[in-house]
Write a protein that binds this ligand. Structure first.
Ligand code: UDP
Length: 237
């Protein structure tokens, strides 16, 4: 597969065209950002580890019948993916309260709510990705109600699958962010990465944070935590 020009560069990844108009290459960088890009750093090999972690997770999800953009992992940093039009939405799922919800509603981090919490953020850098509801999403043209229904059904299946995958390796899935896209045939699929950059992952016994909060909060040992997640996922049967 011949890799052509770069057509998009985000905070942690680049996208390249290929000879096939329906396929793109997603390249994982070592760049890391937090607080809407205010805090920035390079973490050596982070892109390689996230590519490996996301590959394991996507393969598991696809084995459970969840539609995704994933096609193949080409090398340490590159994945071949279906070209999709991304919904300008971040779908956040919270099993345990942490981060912005803890701050916004003054609930101690680590509190287990009686329900699962689903949030939408509108992907818009100049607005700072604001929290919106379903009706706002429809009003700004980010998705239709029918598309949101599919997105929520998939999100629920993904949450259940991910909780189980991580629990098998002694990790609590606190919260995560996912994105969805539409393929050229109109199928809604999971897209982007799932990694310690996009999920809060705590050791079930010690509650040690094994995710990007180590970078956000200057806790140190960022790459060791990501490697720990990768090593644990490799033990999955
Ligand atoms: N998240 C993400 N990208 C974003 C915002 C959030 O991947 O642009 C993930 C984040 O890593 C966490 C979950 O979504 O696992 C919920 O994040 P939260 O709203 O608590 O944001 P934060 O505390 O980072 O402000």
């Amino acid at each position: 597969m011949k890799i052509l020009d770069k057509f998009y560069e985000g905070k942690a990844k680049q996208l390249y065209r290929t000879e096939d108009p329906n396929l793109v290459v997603m390249h994982y960088k070592d760049d890391t950002t937090a607080y809407n890009g205010i805090k920035k750093a390079q973490i050596a090999n982070k892109g390689i580890i996230n590519n490996k972690i996301s590959t394991i997770i996507y393969k598991r999800l696809m084995a459970l019948g969840i539609p995704t953009h994933y096609v193949d992992t080409l090398n340490e940093r590159d994945q071949l993916c279906k070209r999709v039009t991304i919904f300008p939405l971040e779908v956040v799922v919270r099993n345990i309260i942490a981060g912005s919800m803890s701050r916004r509603l003054d609930i101690p981090e680590g509190t287990k709510p009686i329900n699962t919490i689903y949030e939408l953020c509108y992907k818009n850098d100049s607005l700072g990705d604001p929290l919106i509801n379903d009706h706002h999403a429809v009003a700004v043209g980010a998705a239709t109600y029918d598309e949101l229904k599919v997105i929520y059904e998939l999100t629920d299946r993904i949450n259940n699958a991910l909780k189980n995958i991580f629990l098998e390796v002694g990790v609590l899935l606190v919260d995560f962010k996912i994105e969805f896209g539409k393929t050229s045939d109109g199928e809604i699929v999971l897209a982007d990465e799932i990694s310690p950059d996009t999920a809060r992952l705590w050791d079930v016994n010690t509650n040690r944070k094994l995710d990007k909060d180590r970078f956000r909060r200057d806790l140190g040992d960022v790459i060791d935590a990501y490697l720990d997640i990768y090593n644990r996922l490799q033990t999955l049967k």
